[in-house]
Design a protein around this ligand. Structure first.
Ligand SMILES: [Zn+2]
Length: 274
């Protein structure tokens, strides 16, 4: 997939090669970008994509073993699946952040013991908003224990609080580049590689799954002919991240790129005024 990059003068072409893409996990090679852009994308995946999370809880009854504050904390950390484009950030909403149907959604919970209360029991006023997983434990109720509450969810980003983090375990490494010179097929490098990157096939030393290379240089040390070179690509990065389930991995990546684009546009406007 070719995407036009973000440079004020003369756009460069960014190339994305997807290695793995599922609902909650993505791994891809990003080429034709600077390290700063790759790091910006990593940061935005973690902290710049808005998602819904419970931000306020009105507790009407709580005779469980958890304090009200502990209960509210546990509710805040439940990832909520939603179409975030239909909600405004509270600070950008026409209500001025006071709270309205455009910037918040209410979820209710009413449960009596004895049983384990899980996220599936949170009933949302918006049918498009629901916990990302149904089996997240909230509280274990014993005989006569009761919990009745209303939770208010709002949009936010991970830069404000970890409960609004859509992407998790986001990271990147420079793309390894292995070059092989003259080879006598002694296979010492093949034995030395802990990740099975090198293989001899059809009288040739081949490189398989170069992205798995950790650049440990054991193959370089093992080669008596000094024929193997392991280097890093200056403008290609192997990126990987997972999601909490609040959004799909593809959606988060697109939102993060759009965020960077928006910020670059704003910076451009400021520079133009100078
Ligand atoms: Zn509002």
């Amino acid at each position: 997939m070719m995407v036009h990059g973000l440079k004020r003068e003369g756009a460069f072409n960014m190339d994305i090669d997807i290695i793995e893409l599922s609902e909650r996990k993505a791994r891809f090679v990003l080429s034709g970008v600077s390290k700063a852009f790759a790091n910006g994308l990593r940061r935005d995946i973690l902290a710049g994509v808005p998602v819904l999370a419970i931000d306020d809880v009105n507790i009407y009854d709580n005779t469980s073993v958890l304090y009200d504050e502990q209960l509210a904390l546990r509710l805040g950390l439940i990832p909520l699946k939603a179409d975030t484009s239909t909600y405004n950030m509270p600070e950008d909403c026409s209500c001025g952040g006071e709270g309205c149907a455009s910037c918040q959604v209410s979820l209710t919970l009413s449960a009596e013991g004895p049983r384990l209360v899980t996220s599936v029991e949170l009933i949302s006023t918006d049918p498009d908003v629901s916990p990302a997983d149904d089996t997240i434990p909230i509280v274990e109720l014993k005989d006569t224990h009761k919990v009745v509450l209303e939770a208010i969810a709002r949009l936010g980003t991970g830069s404000k609080h970890a409960k609004w983090q859509a992407g998790i375990a986001s990271g990147y490494k420079k793309m390894p580049v292995i070059t092989i010179g003259e080879c006598d097929l002694c296979e010492k490098c093949v034995e030395a590689c802990p990740r099975n990157i090198l293989k001899v096939k059809s009288n040739n030393l081949n490189i398989v799954n170069v992205i798995d290379c950790s650049m440990c240089n054991l193959c370089v040390e093992a080669c008596e002919m000094d024929s193997i070179k392991v280097a890093e690509s200056p403008d290609s990065f192997v990126m990987a991240f997972e999601t909490t389930g609040a959004m799909t991995a593809a959606h988060i990546a697109v939102e993060a790129v759009n965020n960077i684009k928006k910020k670059a546009g704003q910076l451009g406007e400021i520079l133009d005024t100078l």
